[in-house]
Write a protein that binds this ligand. Structure first.
Ligand SMILES: *[C@@H]1O[C@H](CO)[C@@H](O)[C@H](O)[C@H]1NC(C)=O
Ligand SMILES: *[C@@H]1O[C@H](CO)[C@@H](O)[C@H](O)[C@H]1NC(C)=O
Ligand SMILES: *[C@@H]1O[C@H](CO)[C@@H](O)[C@H](O)[C@H]1NC(C)=O
Ligand SMILES: *[C@@H]1O[C@H](CO)[C@@H](O)[C@H](O)[C@H]1NC(C)=O
Length: 587
């Protein structure tokens, strides 16, 4: 199929208004660079005049801030007039394609790695593409990039794509939001608007409704420890300004979590939800851009009985371990598993399906947001609230057990419950110390699973992991990953290691460890190959920063032989076989 394109620009006299070319790629780099610098300068000048004429210096600091905040609002109108207008004109023989070309309403945000996450708006009902169906991102200068299907987001069922940001826009501020269309060629009308692309460091990325309020997950306004701004400085905005948005007060602002009551007005359809700062005498209102929607009040699941004990975990490509982790913990009393999947591309779905077919209650929640483990944990505390009394937060390489269970010939589903206080107690959270296991001479993933393969550990007890009573969690949903903040009337208990302990199979056989640490699901360590935070406890002692097997890896972190959980699980889950035994989770 040969298409020819015609590119027109009305932006500047020095730029030739129309040029024919065979593909948009032949657009000369220098040419467009010039165009962009020029138009950027034009914006800056316009902005300067707006600022001066308003004598409004509050805006100035805002403009200088690294966040692309309400420059959005200021630029929206000027950009429209100034930016290049591109017409992709399709050859006559291709006119049959015309019908299928369609602009799709979508939200977008710039992600790390110059990727744009483009999320189709709920009213569009775009399904994941079928083979041969193409979606494309179009940019104002005539460039385009393929929109790769990424996921269907949970709760709103919106289809998400990823587009690579063309190089020319990478040093451009603000960056225009591309137009998503359902074909490789597309006619962009002169009226097309190119709103500023929100950046991942300043955006409302997710929202969940509870019984009486809505929880927003927001990157940007609160940054770093102790920098939470007071709730009074924000408001939630339900809907677009043009459709008479409704505002409600923010009741909590901690970390990336903000909460607001529902509006009194009933909202029937999903609407975009924003966070905005309240104007002060120094600064005007600014709106945090958003890709999140408020869905009308969630109805409590009628059919599901409230489980006593649930577990949640955030995973990335750990399907291999999931079966052992679920089967073990289900047997000792976890009734429901909520797995936050950080975009795994391994056989996670198959493992989850298999477990479900075996009647394990496993729910997968896609959580694609980068570096948001705390936010994900807070989300889980709300998501699980109607169905779970207690929530255990453990990673899939962590296994809770009590040394006292050694005496039991059979496991029971009352075992974890026995480690928790009674319903009447005011203990809101119980934490267990963890023990870090080393590779224990293994050079590959042990066939019988981690509980069988890893038996040697470091002596020192490590950070704890917790089981929290969800009704006791502080309104702010504050979490430090290892535990939650509790409402004032509740106490927090740390169990001693005779009662209960977490075996953490942290330093596994080299191929496993390497894969895990490369794409670590941790909010603290940015990148284990980067020497940014070398003192963090998440760092591996003596490992350095390159994924090269350290000498004697298989023997490292081996100070204490600890066979307690191996024996327990072998007794409970092992079946004799000709050449030894086989574990229930082995397939
Ligand atoms: C999303 O899809 C699921 C499964 O198909 C469905 O149960 C749910 O109602 C849908 N949610 C929305 C908001 O459309
Ligand atoms: C909703 O209505 C109540 C009672 O009239 C009022 O006190 C409250 O401020 C209203 N809330 C909002 C968000 O408008
Ligand atoms: C999910 O994985 C990506 C890529 O490995 C990583 O950058 C991101 O931080 C992870 N997300 C969370 C919530 O940790
Ligand atoms: C690892 O192998 C060495 C040498 O064979 C042996 O002495 C040691 O006990 C083994 N350690 C474990 C944890 O199996």
């Amino acid at each position: 199929m040969t298409l020819s394109f015609k590119t027109c620009s009305s932006s500047s006299s020095s730029h030739s208004p129309c040029s024919n070319r065979s593909t948009p790629k032949s657009f000369s780099g220098d040419d467009s660079q010039f165009f962009h610098q020029k138009s950027y300068r034009a914006h800056t000048t316009t902005l300067f005049f707006i600022l001066v004429s308003l004598s409004f210096f509050g805006f100035f600091s805002l403009y200088c801030s690294p966040n692309a905040i309400s420059r959005a609002a200021l630029f929206a109108t000027t950009r429209q007039a100034k930016s290049g207008i591109v017409n992709y004109v399709i050859n006559a023989q291709d006119s049959s394609h015309h019908q299928s070309i369609r602009r799709i309403r979508a939200e977008a945000v710039l992600w790390p790695g110059w990727e744009i996450l483009v999320i189709v708006s709920p009213e569009e009902k775009v399904m994941p593409p079928l083979p041969g169906e193409d979606y494309t991102c179009f940019y104002p200068n005539g460039e385009k990039s393929t929109a790769r299907f990424t996921a269907v987001l949970p709760f709103t069922n919106r289809t998400a794509f990823r587009c690579s940001l063309p190089g020319i826009y990478r040093h451009h501020h603000p960056i225009p939001t591309p137009i998503l269309a359902s074909s490789k060629s597309f006619q962009i009308s002169p009226e097309s608007r190119w709103p500023d692309l929100p950046l991942w460091n300043f955006v409302v990325f997710e929202a969940i409704s509870t019984e009486n309020d809505v929880v927003l997950f927001v990157k940007g306004p609160n940054r770093g420890l102790g920098s939470n701004k007071p709730p009074e400085s924000f408001r939630c905005v339900f809907g677009e300004e043009s459709d008479s948005a409704i505002r409600t007060a923010v009741t909590s602002s901690v970390q990336e979590v903000f909460r607001c009551p529902f509006p009194n007005e009933t909202i029937d359809n999903p609407v975009k939800i924003y966070l905005e700062t309240v104007a002060t005498n120094k600064e005007a209102t600014k709106t945090v851009p958003s890709v999140a929607y408020f869905s009308p009040k969630r109805r409590l699941s009628e059919s599901r009985e409230k489980s006593l004990l649930c577990a949640t975990t955030m995973v990335y490509n750990v399907a291999k371990y999931l079966r052992e982790w679920v089967m073990y913990h289900a047997t000792i009393g976890i009734q429901r598993f909520i797995i936050y999947d950080n975009g795994s591309d391994d056989e996670l779905n198959d493992v989850v399906e298999l477990l479900r077919s075996e009647r394990y209650d496993v729910t997968k929640v896609l959580w694609i947001w980068p570096k948001t483990q705390e936010a994900g944990f807070s989300h889980a505390a709300m998501y699980g609230k109607d169905s779970c009394t207690w929530m255990m937060y453990l990673d899939v390489d962590e296994f809770l057990f009590s040394p006292a269970w050694d005496k039991q010939s059979k496991p029971s589903d009352q075992m974890i419950k026995s480690l928790l206080p009674s319903d009447q107690s005011m203990i809101g959270q119980v934490s267990f110390k963890s023990l870090e296991f080393g590779p224990s001479n293994q050079t590959e993933h042990p066939r019988g699973g981690v509980t069988q393969g890893y038996t040697c550990r470091r002596e020192e007890e490590q950070r704890h992991k917790s089981i929290v009573r969800l009704s006791a969690v502080e309104h702010s949903l504050y979490t430090a990953i290892h535990h939650f903040g509790l409402k004032g009337e509740y106490e927090w208990r740390v169990a001693d290691t005779e009662e209960g302990v977490v075996n953490h199979y942290k330093y596994q056989a080299w191929p496993e460890f390497k894969a895990k640490f490369r794409r670590r699901v941790s909010a603290y360590v940015v990148d284990w190959t980067r020497v940014s935070n070398p003192k963090s406890r998440d760092r591996t002692p003596g490992l350095g920063f390159r994924p090269i097997e350290p000498k004697g890896w298989a023997q490292q972190f081996c100070e204490v032989r600890d066979l307690r959980l191996k024996r327990l699980t072998k007794k409970w889950f092992g079946y004799s076989e000709e050449n030894g035994y086989r574990m229930a989770w082995q397939r």
